[in-house]
Design a protein. Sequence first.
Length: 120
Amino acid sequence: MAKSVKKAKKASNGPLPKAIGGRVVVEVPDGTPQYYANFIEVSNTVWDFSMIFATMPAKLSAAKIEEIQATGSIPLQAQLTVNFPPTLLVGLIRALTTQKEQYEKAMGTELVELQMKEPG
């Protein structure tokens, strides 16, 4: 005698949302906070990526220079931290690459990575 097999019902929380297409256009109203940073630290966890923005001072005091020489590190205060999911990383890299290429073409120069000197 054959056993009857019942199909498991799928849990339903209602209809799936419909996908909509379109180009996202971000508006930047007057008064939107703006930050300047000339140093970015990038890190990640299992759940997200982080970009931590800071500003390296143009001129350091003699005391700060001595501290840096003694410790071998340059302490900076974070200005802003931006955390985002891994799903945005590939698009961010593509957008930055596109902007870099457009900048280089407009300015007639190639951007290269600044290499920091190691202490000693």
